[in-house]
Design a protein around this ligand. Structure first.
Ligand code: AMP
Ligand code: MG
Length: 555
């Protein structure tokens, strides 16, 4: 392996300046990565290559170099993504890997750039946003033959950084690293994470925007996805009347990611929109299935591929509270609360339709495609809910009543969503209906079982009898039902408090729990006796602890 170092390593804790970030570039070889940079080759870049904050017109991206850091180190990697990208596993421990994926070096084939996009934030048009702290390194052909964009998050400022520093803190990087891999193993469409690297630099953050800034540890995550194109990439061109660029991005997207759609034309653009409507409906149905709350469903955080993207103040439902949001910035309006996610996705798709309109010039087909969202979502969601209950479908009125009664029960007490569904599989349909249904397993899902009134247990018993009757009528035997349920009802998820415990240790230099959680999340539907302790309810101390129940956008 060859390392060429040009220039100087920047000083510790310095504020990054333009001259520092552009005065040196290190190039190293990293065997295994096979680059094919389509985005930068096929689309026009910003003619300026400096990092000064600016409005970038008529360009898809700006060339930008990652800014070096004091002491790069590799903290964690995802083995699966390593293999997917064709990297040899011994590279994990190499200096070159740490250098590249902390933003301190490039390979010669990389074409680092930040993308230009806009977005609607909390319902309002926010103008140009862009990759303010994300830098795409280039596209690699994976071992599966697909292209994957590598992206560093937290590797320094770009023309889109506005007042931000272009950096990311360890706590939010651990959350993104673990959750994106966890979501993948849950079968939820998501961007992936190759690595979590330390920078050795500190980053100043005011976590709750309350005038208490502190120095935090910096980190960089390398994210991996077919592309990081968002709804906002189309919106920015439409908002500026840049029709040629809008069509250029549509054509690029279709040509490279949706080759099944015929030649670029207005009808192809409609087909693309239809596909995005469908993949977004599927995505949100998965979120509702596993109890995931994204927290910041702005249109700049919506992937054109229907992937979960931008893990910020996300959270997992512990007790089934549809009004819960982890994002403290949204605590009054609760726009992005659990129950609103399908409606917000629909609203976001409407913004995408508006953005595509100038390239199509007809509202009707866009409206028709948008109107399909609800039906597509309900179809996906009811299909998943049926599996969560081990049923074939909800076609008969009894099972529809069963479902609505279930939601009423889940909200009537503090009941852990994950444990409830997992325990339901343990209820045998062979149960003698003249006896009470044994509740012990399901009671493990209750946060305060001692405070629950007798009427509630009676109501639960009643519901379970109805459930058993419907299961029996469906003819599905217990073993088959358990198998179906345990494939969609995870036992292990990245509970908010678990991520926080791993962060607490990591901030002291101990990454053991990060590795253990990564291991646990690899097999969310199986039984893992060694991780049984993490398949339990949120402990009482975590109920109101920052990081566990409340998160901010500061990251
Ligand atoms: P988010 O809410 O994380 O999706 O970010 C919204 C916008 O703010 C995007 O354009 C980000 O690139 C930008 N941004 C967030 N944090 C930073 C930061 N520390 N430095 C620069 N830009 C940032
Ligand atoms: Mg974002």
């Amino acid at each position: 392996m060859r390392t060429i170092v040009k220039g100087e390593v920047p000083r510790r804790n310095t504020v990054t300046t333009m001259s520092e970030s552009t005065s040196y570039t290190k190039y190293v070889d990293l065997q295994g990565l096979d680059f094919d940079n389509r985005f930068t080759a096929q689309l026009t870049g910003d003619p300026r290559t400096d990092n000064n904050r600016r409005q970038v017109n008529r360009a898809y991206f700006s060339e930008v170099l990652p800014t070096g850091t004091f002491s790069p180190s590799t903290l964690a990697v995802s083995e699966e993504v390593f293999s997917l990208l064709g990297l040899e596993h011994e590279l994990e421990r190499s200096q070159e890997f740490a250098q590249i994926f902390s933003g301190n070096a490039l390979t010669y084939d990389m074409e680092p750039h930040a993308m230009c996009y806009g977005g609607h934030q909390f319902g309002n048009w926010a103008g140009q946003l862009g990759d303010g702290r994300a830098i795409n390194l280039g596209e690699v052909i994976g071992t599966d033959g697909n292209h994957y964009m590598l992206q560093l998050k937290g590797a320094g400022p770009t023309p889109y950084s506005r007042s931000g520093d272009g950096r990311a803190v360890l706590r939010s990087s651990i959350r993104e690293f673990l959750c994106s891999e966890g979501m993948h193993h849950l079968g939820v469409p998501t961007t992936r994470a190759l690595s979590l690297c330390g920078t050795g630099d500190h980053v100043v953050r005011d976590m709750f925007y309350d005038g208490n800034p502190v120095e935090e540890i910096g980190a960089v995550v390398c994210r991996v996805a077919p592309s990081f194109i968002r709804f906002g990439n189309f919106e920015i061109f439409a908002s500026r009347g840049e029709l040629e660029e809008l069509k250029g991005l549509l054509d690029f997207t279709i040509r490279n990611y949706f080759p099944e759609i015929a030649d670029p034309s207005p009808s192809a653009y409609i087909q693309l929109f239809e596909k995005v409507v469908a993949s977004t409906a599927t995505l949100v149905a998965h979120w509702q299935r596993v109890g995931f709350v994204h927290g910041v469903m702005n249109t700049d955080n919506m992937s054109i591929h229907g992937l979960t993207i931008d893990y910020g103040p996300y959270g997992w439902i512990d007790n089934f509270d549809p009004d819960w949001t982890p994002n403290t910035t949204d605590r009054l309006q609760r726009r992005y609360r659990f129950r609103n996610q399908p409606a917000v996705a629909h609203w976001n798709l409407a913004q995408l339709a508006n953005a595509l309109y100038p390239a199509i010039n007809e509202t009707e087909p866009l409206q028709e495609a948008l109107d399909c969202f609800e039906e597509l979502f309900i179809e996906e969601w009811t299909g998943m809910m049926a599996k969560k209950l081990g049923l074939r479908d909800f076609s008969d009125p009894e099972s529809q009543v069963l479902l609505s009664n279930l939601f009423a029960i889940l909200q009537s007490e503090e009941i852990d969503m994950t444990i409830f569904f997992r325990s339901l599989a343990k209820i045998s349909a062979e149960h003698d209906p003249t006896n009470k249904v044994p509740l012990a397993d399901i009671q493990l899902a209750y946060y305060t079982p001692d405070d629950v009134k007798e009427e509630h247990w009676a109501r639960l018993d009643f519901w379970l009898r109805d459930y058993i009757a419907i299961v029996r009528a469906s003819g599905i035997i217990d073993d088959e039902r358990v198998a179906i349920m345990n494939q969609v009802n995870p036992k292990y998820v990245l509970r908010n408090y678990l991520a926080q415990l791993a962060i607490d240790d990591a901030e002291k230099g101990d990454f053991g729990m990060v590795y253990d959680l990564l291991e646990m999340l690899r097999n969310p539907y199986g039984e893992q006796p060694e991780f049984e302790k993490w398949a339990t309810k949120r402990p009482e101390w975590a109920r109101n602890r920052p990081g566990c129940s409340m998160l901010s956008c500061s990251s």
